[in-house]
Design a protein around this ligand. Sequence first.
Ligand code: PBG
Length: 326
Amino acid sequence: MSLSRRPRRLRTTPAMRRLVREVRPHAAQLVLPLFVHEDLDAPRPITSLPGVEQLPLSGVRAAVEAAAEAGIGGVMLFAIPSVRDAEGSAACESDGILNLAIAEAVAAAGDQVVVMADLCLDEFTDHGHCGVLDARGNVHNDATVLVYQRMALAQARAGAHVLGLSGMMDGQVAAIRDALDEEGFESVSLLAYAAKYASAFYGPFREAVDSQLQGDRRTYQMDPANRREGALEAALDEAEGADIVMVKPALPYLDVVADVAAQSSVPVAAYHVSGEYAQIEAAAANGWIDRRASHLEALTSMVRAGADIVVTYAALDLAAWLKEDA
Ligand code: PBG
């Protein structure tokens, strides 16, 4: 055949493929979620997230040091408090478990690892919703944002470098930015979970945080059917002052990742969530797919779609594999 284009020419050898590769994921763009449980004094495995554990506070230091050793860019802290109430009070207390964990992590991180904290009430409320409820049991947007402002200040005082705003309340980014700036925390960055969908893929996370949620989050998290709205949410958050915008989950929403990357002038993150991780783990455990290759392909796909930062439970393994392949 007389073909002017033979794309296979650039696939002939490993050296050629390496030369022309369009994206090169790096450990520095990975963020590892960590779960800290107030009632534990030894790590406890999370059944539905193989390889991931709930840590006692005393385990935070070693976990952050391991992340630094692996060359990972950051850690994202989640915490499970002993006591939950309707307002999620423990989230705002300086000796609340998340704020103690932040201080531990920051001390261990030095300038090697960026310490991010989840800013949301679902781990702290007895009803498991991401905010406070009105008389009819609906999550009250503006009252919740007031609590988020106090939670943000507690996290900033504990030393967090980045606050991960995952509650999906309207106006939360601007309100938290204002509260921080007023107290002199203008250097604390905001990672907005800008396009966060009401997803079935958060299943294992509910085990990871001992969630007590009944029902769903569809009055505040987004409808999986909506692509344009993902771009809108990201644009609003950027306009409100988000330093980084995130799309979550990741692989089922790569169209949204690509849209947000195309329109944003701030870094874009993608969260490869618990159910996405568990899918790979479960299939690999059955011998149905190759674990290493699948995790690396998932990461490559998120970066190819436009993610600058990837939050993933496989961050430590990925960092090691990327180093081997380099
Ligand atoms: C809310 C939050 C959730 C996740 C991250 N932050 C749970 C939810 O919105 O229901 C899920 C992450 C995952 O599934 O890995 N604090």
